[in-house]
Structure formats: C-alpha cells, structure tokens
Ligand binder design. Structure first.
Ligand code: MN
Length: 192
C-alpha cells in the first residue's frame, strides 16, 4: 500500500506560483486519486510489494500510469519551498549546469521552453545520466526519466491541473513563477 506524501510546507507557502487552492486539488485530489488507483490495481499483480521506482521502471498500462503519476508528484511536491529572490543552485549542481547548459539563465530558458512546448499533458525533467551529465527531457503523460536509465533531479508538471486555477491557460507564466520556489538544496541532494 502506498500513502499520500505529506507536503513539507504550509498550503499557502508557495503563493503566488502555486496557491493553496491549487495545492488542495493537485495534492489532495489528483495525487490522492493516482495513489488510490495504484493501490486498487496492485493486489494480485506481479508488482505487488515492489517499490514505486521498480514499478515505474518495469510496468505497463494502468499500473504504469498511476505509479508514474505517484512517483512524479512525489518528486514535484517535495522540491519546493517559500519564494525567495535570486533563487539559484549552488555547489556541484550549479557547476554542472554551467558546464552542460552554458549558465543558469540559459538552462532556465531551455527548461521552460521545453515545458511550454510540450503538447498536451506531461512533464519536463532535469536528470543526470550515468556519467553525471545533465539532460532535459520532455515526458508525455505519466513519463519519468527512470524508464530511460536517468536519475531525475527536478521536474515541472505541465498538466493543466497544475496551473489552471491560478494561471488559466498561461502555462509559460506559471512555469516562470516556479523558479522562485525551487528548493535547490533538495535538487542538489538528489544530484549527489
Ligand atoms: Mn499533476
């Protein structure tokens, strides 16, 4: 049985990038439904008792979709903190971003463009490959880079349910606001 993760901040802490109302639906309704559907589908399947990541790496169909969405949202909701000005990575992650994208601003531009340009529902991810090189991938629907052997570091959810209450159709504006609330300490810890 999988359980709904707890949010590591107050519901209103991420505004205006993500409002308390959006969190109540996105975490309390959408993610809860993925967790419930996964728990309902697992008994008697080959994936019963496996870890979320093992399921996402190997499953197909409805179990993959609900496990993928559970894993994706667990990454997503735990990478935020209250907004701060000049929010930026430090340490080895900042050095790798400079090396692989030509600077933090260039990275943000490419990442946001790939999020804005993903047709339909899905996720844009920053991941590390086996050599520590950073890559940005667009993953449709419930996709997660662990299926490609990558280590996921950071993700923006571009499903409409992630922003429609606060930003209506303005996906690029929502993605731009997310840079203020990234907890780079969490992302750095995932990278190490
Ligand atoms: Mn979502």
């Amino acid at each position: 049985m999988f359980t709904l993760i707890e949010l590591p901040y107050a519901p209103e802490a991420l505004a205006p990038a993500i409002s308390a109302e959006t969190l109540s639906f996105h975490h309390g309704k959408h993610l809860q439904t993925y967790v419930n559907n996964l728990n309902a589908a697992l008994p008697g399947s080959p994936w019963e008792g496996k870890s979320l990541e093992e399921i996402v790496k190997g499953a197909e169909g409805g179990i993959l979709n609900n496990a993928g969405q559970t894993l994706n949202h667990n990454h997503y909701f735990t990478q935020f903190r209250a907004p701060r000005a000049d929010n930026a990575p430090a340490g080895s992650l900042a050095a790798a971003i400079d090396r692989d994208f030509g600077g933090f601003d260039a990275f943000k531009q490419e990442f946001a463009a790939k999020g804005a340009g993903l047709f339909g529902s899905g996720w844009v991810w920053l991941s590390a490959d086996a050599d520590g090189k950073l890559v940005i991938t667009q993953e449709p629907n419930a996709g997660n880079p662990v299926r490609k052997g990558l280590k996921p570091l950071l993700t923006f959810d571009v499903w409409e349910h992630a922003y429609y209450i606060d930003y209506r159709n303005r996906r690029p504006d929502h993605l731009k606001a997310l840079w203020d609330i990234i907890d780079w300490d969490v992302v750095q810890a995932r990278y190490e």
